[in-house]
Design a protein around this ligand. Structure first.
Ligand code: CO
Ligand code: CO
Length: 327
């Protein structure tokens, strides 16, 4: 849902006061964090959505990778997952659901977590995802608050996945582009999360529905800093750029532009299509990570060691009123 609408609805709910609830509703964080002991906290999240690719096995993998991502974004280690399934009683072959669940299962295994059950609902529109529980040290979890002036910004997956998803629906994506996007979306943010913990990153979030600039703006606001994004350093799918030039822009991207525009300052001449892709709503996108400047070289090394080859340094953090500068 659009963040403003959601905020209005959530504002009407009673507030829960609990000293052990370290991260709750407030601050548009990726998951909730609850302290059990001085050295142990839970990271809890749930996410599910409708199929974005035709292949059920890949869809299952993507949905699971996306659900696990919110735990990784907070520096947590997933330990337990439950399936969330909406599937019609009649009209679709059960084989389809088997394949979706097999895909989800594979990603949970890859995350070295355990799949322990789930819940299914009869629904004409297929939906799938996971509820995930992870663990983290109560003093070591990361949020989108905590980015400090001087930090370097990294993005760990290329942008354009929302545009490709729309092109798939319109039968306008080439076979190779579809496969490339699928593989990116199904990739776990595990390696990126481990690398950021190893170097002591200051802040992180995963790039999903609000696009890079939307989530960057949330980080700027939560951290009370200015984020500078160097547009030409941002990794993007070239074919997605071409699709944007042809007018293939998801409605959600226009919403993101409208929502963020006032607090995003564009400096210099940036091509319209590149700017649009910076707002593109991602499914199972990469992590945006704010790393202390002196740790940036080591972070690079750790990313490569973990096979996160598509990551890029995309800008930096500086003092200023909360906003994003794109240049
Ligand atoms: Co998230
Ligand atoms: Co989420």
């Amino acid at each position: 849902m659009p963040p403003a609408e959601l905020a209005e609805i959530l504002a009407a709910l009673p507030k829960f006061e609990d000293p052990n609830l370290l991260v709750g509703f407030e601050g548009s964080s990726d998951a909730a964090v609850y302290r059990l002991r001085d050295d142990l906290a839970l990271v809890c999240t749930v996410d599910f959505f409708t199929p974005i690719v035709d292949d059920p096995f890949w869809f299952g993998q993507i949905a699971a990778a996306n659900s696990l991502s919110d735990v990784y974004a907070m520096g947590g280690r997933p330990i337990l997952a439950l399936n969330v399934v909406c599937f019609p009683k009649k009209g679709l072959p059960k084989e389809l659901l088997k394949e979706i669940l097999r895909g989800g299962c594979q990603k949970v295994q890859e995350a070295e977590a355990v799949l322990a059950g789930g819940h299914s609902v009869d629904d004409p529109e297929v939906k799938y995802g996971l509820s995930v529980v992870g663990v983290v040290h109560p003093e070591r979890y990361l949020t989108n608050a905590g980015a400090r002036p001087g930090d370097r910004l990294f993005l760990t997956k290329p942008l354009g996945l929302g545009i490709v998803a729309t092109a798939i629906k319109g039968n306008l994506a080439t076979e190779s582009l579809v496969q490339r996007a699928i593989e990116i979306m199904a990739t776990l943010n595990k390696g990126a999360a481990e690398a950021m913990l190893e170097v002591g990153a200051h802040a992180a979030t995963d790039i999903t529905g609000f696009g890079l600039l939307g989530h960057a703006l949330e980080m700027a606001e939560a951290s009370e800093v200015e984020l500078v994004v160097e547009a030409h350093k941002v990794p993007v799918l070239q074919e997605a750029l071409e699709l944007v030039s042809m007018g293939m822009v998801p409605e959600g991207d226009y919403e993101n532009i409208r929502f963020c525009e006032k607090k995003v300052k564009v400096e210099g001449n940036i091509e319209e299509s590149l700017l649009t892709i910076l707002y593109d709503a991602q499914t199972s996108g990469g992590l945006l990570i704010s790393v202390p400047e002196d740790k940036a070289p080591l972070f690079w090394e750790r990313l490569l060691a973990k096979g996160v080859f598509e990551a890029a340094e995309i800008g930096f953090v500086r003092q200023g009123s909360p906003r994003v500068v794109v240049r």
